[in-house]
Design a protein around this ligand. Structure first.
Ligand code: AMP
Length: 503
């Protein structure tokens, strides 16, 4: 089934419900959004002469046009290539060329960067500023019939954030994204027509995927006027929309909690904060629940199986009387219905409960492979299982706890040290705002633990205090040998700590 049908069906059933809003102002209802997408689809095919399966890049920070363009691409049988709008022209050129993009939609602030990247992108014929007449002209085409494409046709080329090496184009098919949409309803959260999704995280990555389940249920896509994450703006928008879901990386959740603590805004219209994309420390999770109530849901996924490896819905977060509540909160939840997840050793043999190994995934959400990288694809998908590169273990109830990415595990004197375990301890110190732990090369031990710590504003922390805390909670050999105090941790556009830079 073509993903474009999700929009067509919502428009049929709920034509007058709001579909896209900029800040507090509704721009299009479902009937209008479907009509605009069908017209744009005709513009792409007849106006620009694109053929089904060609690629269309989107280099735009969050904006209302994101939603209609994604659906226009699918309607026309084209594959969308959402790109992080903050990239350097050189990085843009790499992606355009790798994706063989024929057209690119851009916002005014990045036109210059895209045009300079065009020189290195042989197939890129059309660069269209969504604020220009050329865009308006595409919308004047008569609506196109939905293209007939199969479940294996590409819908979204999802470029990895490239914290190591060049980004890879994850090939996500219509079948993958449809399975992801259904999985959301089964295990993350229910959505009712008239609810809303607030796109404060980048739509080129995390938040863009949330367009799908929300359009499928006729919820409103709310794009903040700032195009990004601003605590005050988010709480202001909660007054204008109801039943609001927000996807936030753990660092964003912390910022929301800090803001709510001081400004005491009204968050009655907040329905769910879905967090994921990086480790959420149990202490931070509890503070967030204390601030917002039982409105948290967690997902663990990666571009290669978007949003869909394990989940922990609101009910599990709320079950604080459960004897294993603490362990559950420190986990990433249980596998999605319909998705197989196992923990395996280096030979890919499944490991028993409690043993630590690599997380493998099999199911309808797993990518078709990496574009133009047959070897990396074969390696990552060997034996029919996605090798996530994440390390973790299952408990007896089927909850998965992640340790770290295999490359982040520190090996000191032959013992494995999982950075997250040390970070959880450092974060217990009331003056520690953020902490990240890496392995530093050491002649005697191979690697030693080095901790990067961000103190809360105005606080001074003595390494000896942190040392004592570690000795209280974890084995002596896991203690950081060095502490470095920073004002902030280096992070990429999606809020992931760049351990490569710390190293
Ligand atoms: P990306 O493909 O950029 O979304 O990055 C995916 C990676 O982020 C995963 O392989 C994990 O290492 C990490 N990640 C995603 N969700 C979670 C989560 N809920 N808890 C801990 N780490 C996560």
């Amino acid at each position: 089934m073509n993903l474009a049908l999700l929009l067509a069906r919502s428009a049929q059933a709920f034509p007058h419900l709001p579909a896209v809003a900029l800040g507090g102002c509704v721009l299009h209802d479902y009937a209008a959004l479907a009509e605009r997408s069908a017209r744009l689809a005709a513009g792409l095919r007849d106006g620009l002469g694109l053929m089904p399966r060609q690629r269309v890049a989107l280099v735009m920070k969050n904006c209302p046009q994101y939603v209609e363009l994604l659906f226009a691409c699918w309607h026309a049988g084209l594959c969308a290539v959402p790109v992080n709008a903050k990239l350097h022209p050189r990085e843009l050129a790499f992606i355009f060329q790798d994706a063989d993009a024929s057209a690119c939609f851009v916002k005014a602030d990045r036109v210059e960067a895209v045009v300079s990247a065009q020189a290195g992108a042989t197939a890129l014929q059309h660069v269209i500023d969504v604020g220009d007449d050329a865009y308006a002209a595409l919308l004047r085409h008569a609506p196109l019939a939905t293209a007939a494409i199969g479940p294996d046709d590409l819908a979204w080329l999802f470029y990895t954030s490239g914290t190591t090496g060049k980004p890879k184009g994850v090939m996500l098919t219509h079948g993958n994204l449809l399975a992801m949409t259904q999985a959301y309803f089964a295990d993350v959260d229910a959505i009712a027509p008239g609810d809303a999704i607030l796109h404060a995280a980048p739509m080129s990555h995390g938040s863009g995927l949330y367009v799908l389940p929300h359009v499928a249920q006729a919820a409103c896509n709310v794009v903040p006027a700032s195009g990004g994450f601003d605590e005050a703006e988010i709480f202001a928008l909660l007054l204008a929309h109801r039943g609001v879901t927000l996807f936030a990386a753990p660092t964003m959740v912390k910022r929301l909690v800090a803001y709510a603590g001081s400004a005491k805004p009204d968050s009655a219209n907040l329905k769910t904060i879905v967090y994921g994309g990086g480790p959420m420390y149990a202490a931070d999770c509890k503070t967030a629940m204390h601030t917002f109530g039982c409105k948290l849901a967690q997902i663990y996924g990666q571009g290669e199986s978007p949003m869909t490896i394990t989940a922990m819905g609101r009910a599990l977060h709320a079950d604080s009387a459960h004897p294993r509540y603490e362990q559950r909160l420190a986990s990433v939840g249980r596998p999605f219905a319909g998705i197989e997840v196992r923990v395996a050793d280096a030979e890919d043999s499944p490991l028993p409960t409690g043993e630590i190994g690599e997380v493998l995934v099999r199911g309808a959400t797993v990518m078709a492979g990496y574009l133009n990288q047959p070897e990396a694809s074969a390696q990552t998908l060997r034996g029919g299982w996605l090798h996530t590169g994440d390390v973790g273990f299952f408990d007896g109830e089927g909850f998965l706890t992640l340790r770290d990415r295999s490359k982040d595990v520190i090996i000191s004197g032959g013992s494995n040290i999982y950075p997250r375990e040390v970070e959880e301890v450092l974060l217990r110190h009331p003056a520690v705002a953020e902490a990240s732990v890496v392995g530093a090369p050491d002649a005697e031990w191979g690697e030693v633990v080095e901790a990067f710590v961000v103190p809360r504003p105005g606080a001074i922390i003595e390494p000896a205090e942190l040392d004592a805390l570690c000795l209280d909670h974890i084995a002596r050999f896991k203690r950081p040998k060095r502490y470095v105090f920073l004002d902030a941790l280096p992070k990429n556009a999606t809020g992931k700590v760049l351990k490569t830079e710390l190293r």
